[in-house]
Design a protein around this ligand. Structure first.
Ligand SMILES: [Zn+2]
Length: 256
């Protein structure tokens, strides 16, 4: 059997849905620039690899990933595709509505695209819960790993930094080109830092301007953080911690 919805026939899927207690994961990421050393699909791949490993452990299903997110600030470099948040809300809602009509009642939406995707996911999830009578949780890797990233020696959440790079190096080494990576250290802004680990994180994030992003392009090809600290072994520990939390979230959802 495959945990992927699209790899099963409809009869197989219906049996698997019952075994999965009507639970399905929807990986959501982005297609956007990830510096010179990571592929454009990094955020979707990250969400997908967490989804598949947790689904196999918890015996639930995974819907086809949503490869697009809200990435206006990353339009500074080619390959980035940004959808308007109002479009993304409708796409995610329609995916949940379709699956809900076929018996799925518990949804885990994994966010591979950091804080930028969260607002529209929350709006879609709230509407789906209210109108479709389903349960939806959002699983955000940055929030779900905040107790391990420090002990693992990772610096602040940036973009294509050592956290994403280590995770990708562990699962997709063939797509990581560390020889092209450039550091661009992050300096925290006291009241407006965006990192779940910082006590100064106000959650009041507004996506950067293209002018601001151009600076990270000039300095490090679109990277912020320290990809020089990348380690596949740390990426594995980070991944296993997140998969453990994700399995726990699935069990909580199924027992409520
Ligand atoms: Zn990313």
């Amino acid at each position: 059997m495959s945990v992927w919805l699209q790899e099963n026939s409809w009869q197989e899927l219906d049996k698997l849905r019952i075994k999965a207690k009507d639970t399905i994961i929807i990986p959501v990421g982005s297609t956007e620039q990830h510096g010179r050393h990571l592929p454009l699909g990094t955020d979707t791949m990250v969400a997908t690899m967490l989804a598949v490993d947790a689904a196999e452990k918890a015996q639930v299903l995974v819907a086809p990933p949503l490869w697009y997110g809200w990435s206006p600030h990353h339009m500074v470099l080619p390959g980035t595709i940004t959808l308007r948040p109002e479009v993304l809300i409708e796409v995610l809602y329609d995916v949940m509505e379709s699956l809900g009509k076929h018996g799925f009642k518990r949804f885990i939406v994994i966010n591979g695209h950091r804080i930028v995707n969260i607002p529209w996911m929350q709006i879609a999830a709230e509407r789906a819960q209210r109108l479709l009578g389903i349960k939806v949780v959002i699983f955000d890797p940055a929030y779900m790993s905040k107790e391990v990233v420090g002990p693992l020696g990772f610096g602040a959440v940036g973009h294509s930094e050592e956290i994403e790079s280590s995770h990708m190096l562990y699962k997709h080494p063939e797509l990581v080109h560390l020889e092209q990576a450039q550091d661009n250290p992050i300096t925290a802004t006291p009241l407006y830092s965006v990192d779940p680990r910082f006590t100064g994180d106000t959650l009041c994030y507004v996506p950067s301007t293209l002018t601001h992003m151009q600076n990270s392009v000039d300095v490090a090809g679109g990277t912020t953080g320290k990809p020089s600290q990348t380690s596949a072994e740390k990426g594995q520990q980070y991944h296993e911690h997140l998969v453990g939390n994700l399995v726990e979230v699935i069990e909580q959802l199924q027992n409520n």
